[in-house]
Design a protein around this ligand. Structure first.
Ligand code: AMP
Length: 190
């Protein structure tokens, strides 16, 4: 199996690049943000809970997020592999993902991080707000909170994969095609 963690701050391009990688490598794309938004749209209990955190740019608690992700993996028993987008976002999530995948005799192949300066992220998110319909893209204070949460709680997850020799960072600034090429150059060596 090819199991990739596509990592990076909000606005780094994880969702955009996932769409290309899914097609090229025949993987299942699992975005925890998309799963939460689906639940919000369908007004599930999980959606109601998630909404209160997402609206403020805070992380949804680990226990709920981890079990939602595990359910989504279990729903795809035939998958060649997965792109995890927006997960793991804490070291506890990373450890839970390892344990879960190990129990299924598989594991994370690599974490690839899209790196981009904060000023660029703010511009991209403001631009995305015009079409995404996402309330958390529309409010500069919420965007700042998401960037802060990334720096404080999520960035340490890099070290988790670095310790396993699985971390690869790439420059996330450039055209969509250029960044896809950089990703493909790495994935083809895995
Ligand atoms: P995203 O679509 O990845 O930008 O995520 C949007 C929001 O969903 C985040 O700001 C969090 O509130 C929530 N979220 C998504 N993934 C996670 C996760 N792995 N852990 C906790 N909260 C998450």
């Amino acid at each position: 199996m090819l199991n990739l963690v596509l990592f990076g701050p909000p606005g780094a391009g994880k969702g955009t690049q996932s769409a290309f990688l899914v097609e090229r490598y025949h993987l299942v794309h699992l975005s925890t943000g998309d799963l939460f938004r689906y639940n919000i749209k369908n007004e599930t209990e999980l959606g109601v809970l998630a909404k209160s955190y997402m609206a403020k740019g805070q992380l949804v608690p680990d226990s709920v997020t981890i079990s939602m992700l595990e359910d989504a993996v279990n729903k795809n028993p035939e998958a060649n592999g997965f792109i995890f987008d927006g997960f793991p976002r804490t070291n506890a999530q990373a450890a839970a993902l390892d344990a879960f995948l190990n129990s299924q005799d598989t594991g994370i192949t690599s974490m690839i991080a899209l790196e981009a300066p904060e000023a660029e992220l703010r511009v991209r998110l403001a631009e995305r707000a015009k079409t995404s319909g996402r309330p958390d893209d529309a409010d500069p204070a919420v965007i700042q909170n998401r960037i802060d949460v990334y720096n404080n709680e999520t960035a340490p997850v890099k070290a988790f994969y670095e310790a396993q020799g699985k971390y690869k960072g790439i420059n996330g600034v450039g055209s969509i095609e250029e960044i896809t090429e950089r990703l493909v150059a790495i994935i083809d060596t895995l």
